[in-house]
Design a protein around this ligand. Structure first.
Ligand code: HEM
Length: 393
């Protein structure tokens, strides 16, 4: 068994569908639900709103004298939401340890996007070829550093654990570890991997979606204005950030987020899958273990379902009464089935609260005379970095 195979056994994502995977997934789903059900202060909604307030404050402090890219601020906010849920605390935008952690997370994800990593996913034997496997070595180094950070947090949590009152994801998982018969999936080491999954799966995906959303607002100012008019008409002069209760009154805003997720998927080819046993699908024989990539992008660009699919048009997601279409066909930003994204509900809350807060408080546009950035590369997961004017409304 190789180190990589051993790591796969400890994960949730990228692990085989088997009883151990199911046990970990069930735990993670119920922990997120448990944390999500908390009401009032300490609730997930409040954590996200606090992050939205801090983000708006940070952008206001930076002023509008110089055009700038919003990417790093968004990554910090989104990562902090995962931190609030997992560690029970947020970090300041300038906290050294946190900034270092973010750099490592970013490095891991950019290594994964690297051509040689993609090749190694399709041809795993390449990881034994010197030179080609250098991204693999960097990945292992980075992941070890993240694990060290997580182990320190777990130790701190263990010292003051009150199993009757779990505060966050780590408390919940430590409590589970105490109460459960020791099984292969709930070992000390696996906790680190499960938490790491939350981090990697939950940060860049959400931050990149928000970045695409803001980029499309810059490229389509008339759409930006429609969202802002709707926000103004519902929220009036209230200076605080929106709440989830506002969501049903803001269909155009919601549809704009959905259209962003349609037109620029952050996982266009989904996570790699493989059948556990020999399978026949639509006349094709797929032997057990064959890697299968599902092209979610093609579903989102299928002209049979989406007229003029390359056009950014939030109205696709509104019915004749102006209400949001609840289950659109040919729309799978979080994938589907048994491996569907485990953080879908959390991600939807984050996207709504952060996107609506940003557009309520700021207008985003290109500097006078600047060339419009291209959003054309259809398979591009990460949006281009764009310096924009961010003006307080
Ligand atoms: C806009 C944000 C997000 C998008 C577009 C997204 C999308 C996806 C997709 C396409 C998958 C692969 C599903 C499959 O294998 O068929 C996935 C898996 C996963 N996501 Fe997300 N995700 C987002 C946010 C999050 C968040 C916030 C979390 C948790 C904190 C999360 C946790 C996970 C986990 C743990 C898996 C692996 C699930 C499994 O294999 O059982 N994701 N996500």
């Amino acid at each position: 068994i190789t180190k990589q195979d051993a790591a796969r056994l400890k994960n949730i994502a990228f692990t085989k569908f088997n009883p151990a995977y199911l046990e970990k997934r069930r735990f993670a789903v119920s922990a997120l639900k448990n944390l999500g059900m908390k009401m009032g202060p300490g609730s997930v909604e409040e954590h996200i709103r606090e992050e939205a307030r801090q983000l708006c404050l940070k952008l206001s402090e930076q002023g509008d004298a110089h055009p700038r890219d919003i990417a790093d601020s968004l990554t910090v906010s989104v990562s902090n939401i995962v931190c609030s849920m997992v560690f029970g605390k947020r970090y300041d935008h300038d906290d050294e340890k946190f900034v270092e952690l973010m750099k490592i997370v970013h490095k891991v994800l950019s290594q994964l996007e690297h051509g040689s990593s993609q090749l190694m996913m399709v041809f795993p034997f390449l990881r034994f070829i010197p030179g080609v496997n250098s991204t693999n070595r960097i990945l292992v180094e980075c992941i070890n550093k993240v694990h060290e950070f997580l182990r320190q947090e777990i130790t701190k949590h263990r010292e003051i654990l009150d199993s009757e009152n779990p505060r966050d994801f780590i408390d919940l998982i430590l409590t589970e570890l105490q109460t459960k018969e020791k099984t292969d999936c709930f070992t000390e080491e696996n906790i680190v991997w499960i938490i790491q999954n939350m981090f990697f799966a939950g940060t860049e995906t959400t931050a990149n979606t928000l970045r695409w959303g803001i980029l499309y607002m810059v490229l389509c100012p008339e759409e930006q204005q429609k969202v802002q008019s709707e926000l103004d008409s519902v929220l009036g002069t209230d200076h605080d950030v929106p709440t989830l209760a506002h969501r049903s009154q803001l269909p155009y805003t919601e549809a704009t987020i959905m259209e962003t997720q349609r037109i620029r998927l952050v996982a266009p080819l989904n996570a790699p899958h493989a059948p556990n046993e020999d399978t026949t699908f639509r006349g094709y024989d797929i032997p057990a273990g064959t890697q299968v990539l599902t092209n979610l992008w093609s579903a989102h660009m299928d002209p049979e379902y989406w007229a003029n699919p390359e056009k950014f048009d939030p109205r696709r997601f509104l019915d004749t009464e102006g209400k949001v279409v609840s289950r659109p066909d040919s729309y799978l930003p979080f994938s589907a089935g048994r491996r569907v994204c485990l953080g879908e509900q959390l991600a939807k809350m984050e996207l709504f609260l952060l996107f609506s807060s940003l557009l309520k408080h700021f207008t985003f546009k290109l500097p006078e005379g600047a060339a419009a950035p291209s959003a054309d590369d259809c398979m591009r997961v990460t949006p281009p970095r764009v310096n924009m004017c961010i003006t307080r409304r």
